[in-house]
Design a binder for this molecule. Structure first.
Ligand SMILES: [Zn+2]
Length: 242
């Protein structure tokens, strides 16, 4: 059976409009419309997606073309103060972007419902699922996903269905980091190994800042051509049917 390749663009927000265009141009020759857009309704609280705006119209066009839309947090940034191990995790792993690590079940429900209805109003189609910023889910969020009937979620290591509890795929996601030179170098090394991984479902996630680093763009292209050559580009939703 041919392996699958799932490609996603993180942090889809009017704040990163030009970067997202360039990422779409980078991915499309390899995966066509099989692109998951991880949409942030109001990035950092000051980049809202406004129904009727030009950006909203573009989301609808992408959705109509077959791109899958995922809710990706609401504000993206973690506004809460963590203590102990959570504080360390939030700081080290996310630079404060783990919005859904510390929220309560009620807060998570509110933000998921609001974000879901915003994206669905704008695109006229149901969201495919929810992916937490930095792939970090606190216990309240995990409960809220089931409460809200979310069909698909993922973290660094797996894809699952909160609605049914079913595991959909396993294996790490290939992603790139550019905040420090060490992280940049280690993400290039990881991508070089993972793109040849035999796992059934291979995921690749790109972020707006990636496009500003020629070495990362090269690695993303090489990963798309090696993994894409050996695999079929797929939608996340296909996992629900296999
Ligand atoms: Zn993100």
């Amino acid at each position: 059976m041919t392996g699958l390749l799932l490609a996603s663009i993180h942090d889809v927000s009017p704040r990163f409009e030009s970067e997202i265009d360039r990422l779409v141009d980078l991915l499309q020759p390899h995966v066509s419309e099989r692109i998951a857009m991880l949409v942030v309704p109001n990035h950092w609280g000051d980049a809202p997606i406004v129904p009727g705006s030009a950006f909203a119209a573009r989301l609808r066009r992408w959705s109509n073309a077959g791109f899958e839309m995922f809710l990706h947090g609401f504000y993206h940034r973690d506004e809460r103060r963590h203590s102990g191990a959570d504080a360390w995790r939030a700081r080290m792993m996310t630079a404060g972007e783990g919005e859904f690590l510390g929220v309560t079940r009620m807060q998570a429900q509110d933000r998921i419902r609001q974000g879901k209805s915003l994206i669905e109003d704008v695109t006229g189609a149901a969201i495919a699922g929810f992916i937490a910023p930095a792939w970090l889910y606190g216990p309240g969020t995990l409960e809220a996903l089931g409460d809200c009937g979310i069909a698909i979620a993922e973290d660094h290591w797996r894809i699952w269905s909160p609605a049914t509890g079913e595991a959909l795929a396993k294996g790490p996601v290939i992603t790139w980091a550019s905040r420090t030179r060490v992280r940049l170098a280690s993400s290039l090394a990881a991508a070089a190994v993972l793109r040849r991984s035999p796992q059934r479902v291979l995921r690749l996630g790109v972020h707006p800042p990636d496009i500003g680093h020629p070495a990362l763009v090269k690695s993303i292209e090489r990963t798309l051509s090696i993994a894409g050559g050996a695999r079929r580009a797929a939608c996340y939703r296909q996992l629900l049917r296999t």
